[in-house]
Design a protein around this ligand. Sequence first.
Ligand code: TXA
Ligand code: MG
Length: 319
Amino acid sequence: MSIDSKQIEYAAKIIKSGGLVAFPTETVYGLGADALNPVAVAKIFAEKERPTFDPLIIHVGSITDIDRYTLPQNEYPYLLAKVFWPGPLTMVLNKKTMIPDIVTSGLPTVGIRMPDNEIALSLIRTAERPIAAPSANKFGRISPTTANHVRKQLPDLPCILDGGHTQIGIESTVVTFNDDGFIILRQGFITESDLLKIVPKSQKGVQKSHRLESPGMLNSHYSPRKPLFILGEQMPEINKTKAALISFTGKNSEGYKFVESLSQNQDLKEASVNLFRIMHQFEDADIEYIVAEPVPLEGIGIAIMDKLHKAAYQYQNKK
Ligand code: TXA
Ligand code: MG
């Protein structure tokens, strides 16, 4: 979907004057503010009802912005940016002091990525500053993959740039680095094996500070407002006529009131595109439960299962 330059200019003006704009990226819609303006960034936390201990990603318009906003480390971030930017890879690097503490929840590091979406890139370039943006949903709820999903959760937002359905559908992979390689902080569209082709994996593992402070790793997240269970895992007896199935294999679908397929061809990329869209659809449907078939734990399937487990966590682990 195209957007004319007038809309981009209008949105950029809002960003420059300290307001909020929702915009599409290739992964999910973001809720953006001027990353260099702490008062503007505070509005993101308020609008999302997001705890301020959960740091934001800054979105930039070029690879050279790594040098502009972060301190030199080793060559790994550049090697990965050359291959995966613009694209769904966020790198957590030591920040320069110009990045306000509220963006990073007081951490010395900042998450930075260059999105692969023309509307997002035009907005960043027209606003002439990095844009801090989390996914444009209320904290803990399902991430938006359409402008309507944003409207549903943030109805009072005055500016939502509508870029149609996002092409990838799940969030970026978040990585950080040790001197011996990368560490994945959040699973996403770019997989460990994609990264391993370019840079080694750190053998030292996640430092404690990263583990505690990357709430993308919180157990519960992406929750629909209806109980979600994963087939084959701990779940109560449910009445299938009051349930909807997120199907993957095409089997196991008898008896459900609604069935939606993640991918008819069992293609994991297609499944990632459809996951949040189907979760939004079932959250609003006239049913009581959502049941999801597991997908294979390989490639992007790892990130998809991670999202499903987080969506199911508060329901499956109820005593
Ligand atoms: O695809 C995406 O990444 C989307 C689009 C809008 O770009 N954004 C997104 O943002 O998913 P958000 O805020 O929902 O998730 C950002 C993740 C969180 O898990 C956060 O904890 C982690 O990145 N993160 C950000 N800065 C960090 C830092 N300095 N250290 C550790 N983790 C960080
Ligand atoms: Mg989010």
